[in-house]
Design a protein around this ligand. Structure first.
Ligand SMILES: *[C@@H]1O[C@H](CO)[C@@H](O)[C@H](O)[C@H]1NC(C)=O
Ligand SMILES: *[C@@H]1O[C@H](CO)[C@@H](O)[C@H](O)[C@H]1NC(C)=O
Ligand SMILES: *[C@@H]1O[C@H](CO)[C@@H](O)[C@H](O)[C@H]1NC(C)=O
Ligand SMILES: *[C@@H]1O[C@H](CO)[C@@H](O)[C@H](O)[C@H]1NC(C)=O
Length: 431
């Protein structure tokens, strides 16, 4: 996890020999340093009739709903919609905030086409407003929002920080770990803390090293590097997934369960979908248990799996060459993207059931899988490095077709996040 290049641990030699069913994992594993995930907002049948109503309407019609919250909220299936062209561009650019990781700062790295900055997500069932930094900060006043996960969590956090910075520049008040994997910012204007915790499995894990080329996961224990701070968190955004594709050995209750891609070792290959499910379950159940003990209220968003768009070899020119979004029906959600998302959405639903009886938890999936699948144009590709073609096109050109350019499609994830928060914290929305 040190990491100069996002690719420095990619198991090139392994990829040719993968078991057939692990083929989905081939491309992403080449770039495995770059990850994260999202979810969908489930709609209950009784809500469907009301989906056309806007959030604002809801607020004004709900004085008697205090105390009933979640039961009466109006929800929108954000993942059903299309990308429409929009003249007005993003709220920020590559130089307005200092928090964009180099590899995702496509503007500064000389990406020449700008078309990818001019698309808005239009959900079929509701109106998704442009991001409102003031509203976001107002809702979070005196609160702590924590992002927990892998590099996709970081991608989403950095988008949020850039958008919030346009109205209130934050101070970095804490940083630790190599590559500053644990950081906290303070927005003094609203006394808001926003932090990020590196935890690529959410559960306890030992990441691979020079001496051991596979991860070890302990599926029954939540990762205390973030979980021990849970009593100080008001809202948590969880985002993981791509690290589950790596070779790994899994343990549960002190026993070895099996492994994923561990040739030569005496473990049974069990793949990673059910392992992933177990880890998400452990995570959400731990949150529920700690809320019961600590007595605080926590709102949880699980960002669903974010698809990659490798069309060719990761280190060849043109690995993700598209410059326009797909049409809604041009690209079907399938394979690993579909499975990983399904696990997440199902486990969020299970957690809602488990959390009943007075536990102060709200949880939703931020279902960005399909809408992100439609954005093959949004990745850094070769612009993960600055001016990659300054000396012409080399034979080998590394490409990041996993993470997203900032500004870029991830800004939309945060627009949806805010829309969900506006439902959750209706009474805090300024009128
Ligand atoms: C949301 O819409 C998508 C695309 O139409 C559909 O596949 C999905 O099942 C819907 N989700 C819910 C919870 O209704
Ligand atoms: C970025 O935004 C800043 C502030 O809004 C502006 O001064 C600057 O010209 C912009 N840069 C580019 C490349 O658009
Ligand atoms: C924000 O973090 C600081 C420590 O950096 C802490 O003193 C403060 O209480 C936190 N505020 C909130 C609202 O979490
Ligand atoms: C693999 O594990 C089984 C069951 O634990 C054991 O019987 C067998 O001897 C082991 N094989 C090797 C090569 O270690």
């Amino acid at each position: 996890m040190d990491s100069k290049s996002p690719f420095n641990d990619q198991p090139q030699s392994l990829t040719k020999k993968f078991l057939p069913w692990t083929l989905y994992a081939l491309l992403p594993i080449a770039i495995i340093r770059l990850y994260f995930y999202p979810t969908i907002l489930p709609i209950s049948p009784s809500d469907q009739l009301h989906q056309k109503s806007s959030i604002i309407t809801t607020t004004s019609s709900s004085p008697s709903q205090e105390g009933k919250r979640a039961d009466v909220e109006i929800e929108c299936n954000y993942s059903h919609g299309k990308w429409v062209h929009e003249k007005v561009g993003p709220l920020y650019n590559g130089t307005t905030c200092g928090t964009i990781k180099d590899g995702q700062n496509c503007m500064r790295h000389g990406r020449p086409d700008m078309g990818y900055l001019h698309w808005r997500w239009r959900p079929e069932q509701c109106n998704l407003p442009r991001f409102e930094p003031h509203t976001f900060l107002q809702i979070l006043r005196n609160k702590h929002l924590a992002f927990v996960g892998d590099s996709m969590a970081r991608n989403q956090l950095e988008s949020l920080l850039c958008m919030l910075s346009t109205v209130s520049p934050p101070d970095l008040v804490y940083h630790a770990g190599d590559d500053d994997k644990f950081r906290r910012w303070h927005f003094s204007s609203h006394n808001v803390n926003v932090s990020i915790y590196w935890s690529p499995f959410l559960v306890k894990g030992i990441e691979k090293s020079e001496t051991r080329n596979y991860n070890q996961l302990f599926l029954d224990s939540v990762d205390e590097r973030w979980a021990s701070d849970m009593d100080q968190m008001d809202m948590i955004v969880l985002s993981v997934g791509h690290w589950y594709l790596h070779p790994a050995v899994y343990f549960d209750g002190g026993l070895a369960l099996g492994c994923h891609y561990c040739p030569g070792q005496n473990y049974t290959e069990i793949g990673f979908y059910e392992v992933f499910r177990k880890a998400i379950k452990t995570t959400l159940n731990s949150i529920i248990e700690r809320i019961a003990v600590n007595g605080n209220e926590i709102n949880v968003i699980l960002t669903t799996f974010s698809p990659h768009h490798f069309e060719g070899e990761w280190d060849k020119f043109g690995a993700c060459p598209k410059t326009r979004p797909y049409e809604e029906n041009e690209k079907k959600l399938e394979g690993m993207d579909e499975e990983m998302r399904r696990v997440e959405v199902e486990e969020v639903e299970a957690a809602k059931t488990n959390a009943k009886q007075g536990v102060r938890l709200r949880v939703e999936a931020l279902d960005i899988t399909k809408l992100s699948l439609l954005r093959p144009d949004g990745h850094p590709g070769p612009y993960m490095y600055a001016f990659p073609f300054a000396n012409g096109i080399a034979e080998r050109v590394q490409n990041d077709c996993v993470h997203w350019c900032l500004p870029g499609p991830v800004d939309t994830w945060n627009e949806i996040l805010l829309d969900v928060m506006k439902r959750w914290y209706k009474n805090l929305i300024p009128t």
